[in-house]
Design a protein around this ligand. Structure first.
Ligand SMILES: Nc1ncnc2c1ncn2[C@@H]1O[C@H](COP(=O)(O)OP(=O)(O)O)[C@@H](O)[C@H]1O
Ligand SMILES: [Mg+2]
Length: 382
């Protein structure tokens, strides 16, 4: 089966000042569902296309299944790729679209029939085999494209934003389908998306990229709970993590996060991470960004039950309310910083109300202002 190794891989496009992919170094285990996520232009497609052989590697090595692959032509890599735009042949039937790749490889006719009908069954498109692409919905076309990849029985599946052209409901449905297919096949999947929800729900491991560089590689929950920098923290999670600028101050009774409006005690457990940030340093060296997820900013009714966190209460005015059905996002202003908290759907507050916020200081993240690196993970192996 197929593991994939990237060794310090770079891609320089001619005439571009910066590399599109910068020192991509990663091993994808056999059978893993690896998701690459990041904003548009961060180098996801380029990385995937180098793995597929559709783009030359400028520097570094790629191995598939232990074999040095940089110069192997795409058709000899034994991988199947699924694109956003389906790329089906309009004049061929669904059956022919799925069978074509196998026929070109001279697979025996009965074997082709077997594989196509098996894949069609898996994707629930058996009733569409005689139709042409033009007669199919977007979701059905993408299933055919998936089917065409499945019949190849490749060492690895590469998918580049395959769900982007589908509407929200179909996207969620097809997402679940792909997860199911992966768990049945146990083949290596490398999946590219700009959508953090897709990344979180599909990946066994996620690579977050920015400007051609890997920011963090981790299982979804770890990425969410322990982002290694502010970029990852802001990219993963919806609504986004709240960020407040301030400095670290050390007092006799411990470390505090402070700015002109706030003075918040930091948990004792954080002390060892903050040792270098003592009072003697100039303010500029102690500048940080405090990060707190919306579910860790408790609002009013919720807040009242949270007695143990009483010392971290602040009064704020409700600026906006976003009812989501399952819960409500409350927007407030905390000393000049917009804060979002995830509150109960039925919370009885109105715009303009003064409410109490409880900041779960036991859940805060701290990032160095300048570099964005997490202070709490500093020195930890990522
Ligand atoms: N063929 C190309 N020639 C020059 N620059 C390219 C080419 N393809 C992509 N790029 C650039 O490389 C960077 C990464 O692009 P891409 O891999 O497509 O990002 P993503 O898939 O994450 O949106 C972008 O800055 C993009 O403009
Ligand atoms: Mg892309």
């Amino acid at each position: 089966m197929g593991n994939v190794v990237f060794q310090h891989v770079y891609k320089h496009y001619k005439g571009e000042p910066n590399p599109a992919v910068n020192d991509f170094h990663l091993e994808v285990a056999d059978g893993e569902f690896l998701v690459m996520v990041g904003p548009s232009g961060c180098g996801k497609s380029t990385t995937l296309r180098m793995l597929a052989g559709l783009e030359d590697v400028s520097k570094g090595n790629i191995y598939i299944d232990g074999k040095f692959t940089n110069y192997v032509s795409p058709k000899d890599r034994d991988i199947a790729m699924v694109f956003q735009n389906y790329a089906l042949y309009p004049n061929l039937s669904v059956y022919e679209n799925m069978a074509l790749g196998l026929q070109l490889r001279k697979v025996a006719k009965h074997e082709v029939e077997l594989r196509v009908s098996r894949a069609a069954k898996m994707l629930e498109i058996s009733h569409l085999l005689t139709k042409r692409p033009a007669q199919l919905s977007g979701g059905q076309k993408q299933r055919v494209a998936l089917g065409r990849a499945l019949v190849r029985e490749p060492k690895a599946f590469l998918m580049d934003e395959p769900l982007s052209n589908l509407d929200a409901k179909l996207r969620a449905q097809t997402r679940a389908e792909i997860i199911k297919i992966h768990s049945q096949l146990q083949t290596t999947f490398v999946y590219v998306t700009h959508d953090q929800t897709e990344a979180m729900t599909m990946g066994t491991r996620i690579v977050v990229m920015r400007d051609g560089r890997i920011q963090q590689v981790a299982a979804p929950q770890i990425l969410y709970d322990e982002p290694s920098n502010k970029f990852v923290a802001s990219f993963i999670g919806s609504p986004q993590m709240n960020f407040i600028d301030g400095i670290i101050a050390s007092h006799e009774d411990g470390f505090y996060f402070e700015n002109r409006r706030l003075r918040l005690p930091l948990p004792k457990a954080y002390a060892r991470h903050l040792q270098g940030m003592s009072q003697g340093l100039p303010n500029s060296r102690r500048q940080v960004v405090l990060g707190l997820r919306p579910e860790h900013v408790l609002c009013d009714a919720d807040a009242l039950q949270a007695e143990p966190y009483g010392e971290w209460q602040v009064q704020v005015t409700v600026a906006m309310k976003e009812p989501m059905g399952s819960d409500t996002y409350i927007h407030t202003d905390l000393g000049g910083t917009a804060i979002v908290s995830r509150a109960d759907a039925h919370i009885p507050v109105r715009i303009g109300d003064t409410i109490k916020l409880v900041l779960r200081m036991d859940k805060v993240h701290l990032f160095e202002r300048e570099s964005g690196e997490s202070l709490l993970l500093r020195g930890a192996s990522v």
